[in-house]
Design a protein around this ligand. Structure first.
Ligand SMILES: C[S@@+](CC[C@H](N)C(=O)[O-])C[C@H]1O[C@@H](n2cnc3c(N)ncnc32)[C@H](O)[C@@H]1O
Length: 303
């Protein structure tokens, strides 16, 4: 089954994930002691099918290995791999893939937030350490899920924050942000304060005497910095600067964050140095292609 989504930015995100998974397993192989190391867990909350068909330019579609396959093939290997997806057809593909990698792999046909909750309650976080990849299509990770993950103090999270989706929901004119958009923004940002931070009053009452309007003054970079601050309130180990993933025309589509939940200086320092080293290899914006359509707009459609 073909799972077509994304573009050149998808490859960047997956390269980065693959490197982190290898380094993580290598670093923790003998920790806390060679005779009794931690059980190493990988949780892929939006696992897909194991393969992605990405559009590398207007004519070319390329098949690349998706996050699930990358994790399954990681050496040193994880002790447990949990692959979660809500789409039945995607789960069938994962079920074909999993047996090749032994009984350390579990496929969960479930909503990511529900499945994460179950796994977090099931595992002993004094004995386990892990990486959790949050790669949603859009604004589907509620803040409560991030809070629960952070409480383990044992998981390193790579979160593809849906920057352009947030920017799109937070319309320029505050009056256009209806109740459902406001609720989604509250949920994904974990606060209601964005109303005052993103927006300023225009200082002009309407011609018919209506109240002063409010317009958004926050840029996509400001929103990413705001999200980073929110994440840092919850993930006490470390939160990386955003790695922007760009459309071919240079619009910032996503902000990829590495969030370390373990606050212990030694563990957080190690994770930070591995992640920073890897993040340093990426991040330069692509050479801009001339915009043909609305694709230069951050509201550019991704899927
Ligand atoms: C961007 S794709 C993930 C791609 C995958 N990480 C890869 O590298 O191949 C998002 C995936 O999330 C799944 N999905 C969407 N909503 C979900 C939800 N609420 N819970 C779990 N999976 C969901 C979709 O079926 C899709 O496979």
């Amino acid at each position: 089954m073909k799972h077509t989504f994304g573009g050149p930015w998808t490859q960047i995100k997956l390269d980065l994930l693959g490197r982190y998974l290898c380094s993580f397993n290598r670093a923790l192989q003998k920790s806390p002691s060679p005779s009794r190391p931690f059980t190493r867990i990988y949780i892929d909350a939006f696992a897909g099918t194991g393969e992605c068909e990405i559009k590398t330019d207007e004519e070319t579609v390329e098949t690349i290995e998706g996050s699930a396959k990358i994790a399954l093939q990681t050496t040193p290997a994880f002790d447990q791999i949990h692959l979660i997806d809500l789409n039945r057809a995607h789960v069938e593909e994962l079920n074909k893939l999993a047996p090749v990698y032994g009984d350390r792999v579990r496929v969960h046909h479930d909503d990511a937030n529900l499945a994460i909750n179950k796994l977090l309650n099931m595992l002993d976080w004094n004995r386990c350490r892990g990486v959790l990849f949050l790669d949603p299509y859009g604004m589907t990770v509620p803040w409560t899920t991030l809070e629960k993950i952070a409480k383990t103090k044992a998981l390193d999270v790579w979160y593809l924050f849906p920057l352009s989706a947030v920017y799109r929901q937070a319309a320029n004119d505050f009056d256009k942000v209806d109740q459902s958009k406001s609720n989604s923004l509250d949920e994904v940002l974990g606060t209601t304060t964005w109303r005052d931070r993103f927006y300023q009053t225009t200082g002009q009452a309407g011609l018919l005497g209506e109240q002063e309007g409010k317009i958004r003054v926050f840029t996509p970079e400001d929103i990413a910095a705001f999200a980073q601050g929110q994440l840092a309130d919850v993930f006490k180990g470390w939160v990386s600067d955003p790695l922007y993933l760009y459309s071919p025309t240079g619009a910032k589509l996503f902000a990829l964050f590495c969030c370390i939940s373990n606050p212990a200086p030694k563990a957080a320092g190690l994770a930070k140095s591995i992640a920073s080293h890897i993040l340093g290899k990426f991040g330069a914006p692509p050479k801009r292609k001339p915009a043909k359509s609305s694709a230069s707009d951050p509201n550019f459609s991704l899927f």
